[in-house]
Write a protein that binds this ligand. Structure first.
Ligand code: NAD
Ligand code: ZN
Length: 423
């Protein structure tokens, strides 16, 4: 009975996509989530693998899905079979002025043509760089220079473009520069609402309260509850034009999020359960090969990505990500997804099964093992990278649990980087 009652609220939330304004999506989401935690105890924890049996193989099955994550999320997630039309319709029906931040690579794909007709937009070249604090500051300055601010920022692209949109939303409402807000627990005002339309699934950025930015001093996220998007429209078809290389490495990042949260000593039980499901999905996608786009894998990737976001909310990654931050800081051109792969390849002793999977995925995909030297990282960077990685205390704590200080020693981390640069 109780389930049916709450399910009705979720249906209301779906209807919001077609313009109902009489239901608060956040209220609905929290009510549904509150109930989920009851259902989790009753069944989901006991029937591990239940969700996997329900993975749809086509878009109509995807749009009919009930939530498949357990951790409460602050974003209204809308499963769509036509994400572009749906987001444009929602903008019209809610009568909001939208400003689009769109990955410029999409301009070449006819599927995205309706977005490029929009006047109020800016293109972001995610192929050239992950988002920088300067990019955020320039966009904020541009928007402030106009007659009026938009009601909503809409980010369309992969993790880079969505994070850029999330950071712009925060910075529009706060006086400082983007770099002032990199870190945790800042005193921030609620930002402009941000809606996202992922075109590459895996990072979970479509729902996380994190906007990762490259700053003048460090690569670090704005980590704040206000950084989460208000709305995420998820359409697995939008990733059909992604190059296999990007599809592969973004799904590797997804795999590492789940793997590290499953292994974490500090993550919540819900986060670990979500990560288990996400790990299974990501592994299936990576084992089946990503050379060709197919809708089943795209659905699994979209589902795994959401689980990556939800598990990140209650969970924490570990050594792979700590080591990757040192690498990223020393190489402006090194994409995050490749940095984490290089890191895992140096962590065989700590994460033997993760290492084995990574090697198998790379071999199966026909891709060569990425190397730090290809991104200009050499011996001279080891000391600096060691200091950056050691600064990620919460990640080491997540990895080793109690007594982590003794295990994540300077020598331990230094030796990992030594293996990386000599590998
Ligand atoms: P991305 O957004 O950097 O895109 C990778 C490449 O794929 C780019 O060349 C982009 O132009 C291209 N691309 C995207 N969509 C496409 C499409 N539909 N067709 C063709 N090409 C397409 O990649 P990503 O892996 O999604 O995001 C990486 C970023 O996300 C990094 O900056 C990383 O730090 C960040 N990140 C954020 C979180 C978070 O919680 N906020 C989590 C993990 C990673
Ligand atoms: Zn990551």
């Amino acid at each position: 009975m109780q389930y049916t009652f709450f399910r009705r609220f979720f249906v209301c939330q779906r209807q919001n996509l077609i313009g109902r304004r009489d239901v608060s999506v956040f209220e609905v989401r929290f009510m549904f989530r509150a109930h989920n935690s009851i259902r989790k105890i009753n069944s989901w924890n006991l029937k591990e693998g239940l969700i996997m049996k329900n993975v749809p193989s086509d878009i109509s099955g995807f749009t009919a899905l009930d939530p498949w994550w357990r951790t409460g999320v602050p974003t209204c997630i809308l499963c769509s079979g036509n994400g572009i039309d749906d987001i444009l319709r929602k903008i019209k029906q809610e009568d909001v002025q939208a400003f689009f931040l769109v990955d410029s690579v999409l301009e070449k794909q006819p599927l995205f043509a309706p977005l490029f007709i929009e006047q109020s937009k800016m293109l972001f070249n995610a192929s050239a760089s992950e988002p920088r604090t300067d990019d955020v500051d320039q966009i904020v300055e541009f928007l402030r220079s106009r007659d009026s601010l938009p009601d909503v920022i809409v980010g369309v692209g992969g993790g880079s473009t969505m994070d850029l949109a999330k950071a712009v939303g925060i910075c529009l409402a706060n006086p400082g520069k983007a770099r002032d807000y990199q870190g945790y627990g800042m005193d921030l005002k609620k930002g402009h609402p941000v809606w996202v339309l992922p075109t590459l699934n895996g990072t979970g950025a479509e729902i996380t309260p994190i906007a990762v930015l490259r700053g003048p001093e460090k690569k670090l996220g704005i980590n704040h509850p206000y950084a989460a998007p208000a709305v995420a429209v998820i359409d697995p078809r939008l990733s059909s034009g992604v190059k296999p290389f990007n599809r592969f490495f973004t799904m590797m990042d997804c795999y590492f999020h789940h793997y590290e949260i499953v292994k974490s000593k500090t993550s919540s039980a819900d986060a670990v359960q979500d990560a288990r499901d996400g790990l299974k999905l990501a592994t299936e996608v990576l084992d089946s090969g990503v050379q060709e786009y197919n809708v089943e894998n795209a659905i699994k990737s979209a589902m795994a990505s959401i689980l990556g976001g939800s598990s990140t909310i209650g969970g924490r990654v570990g050594a792979v990500h700590a080591i990757s931050y040192g690498l990223s800081n020393s190489a402006p051109g090194l994409p995050h997804s490749i940095a984490v792969t290089i890191s895992m390849l140096a962590l065989q002793e700590l994460y033997p099964d993760g290492y084995e999977d990574t090697v198998r995925f790379l071999e199966g995909s026909g891709l060569s093992m990425p190397k730090a030297s290809e991104y200009g990282i050499g011996e001279g960077e080891i000391e600096k990278m060691t200091s950056v990685a050691l600064g990620m205390e919460k990640l080491w704590q997540s990895c080793f649990g109690e007594g982590w200080e003794g295990k994540a020693s300077r020598t331990f981390v230094y030796d990992i980087y030594k293996r990386i640069v000599n590998g």
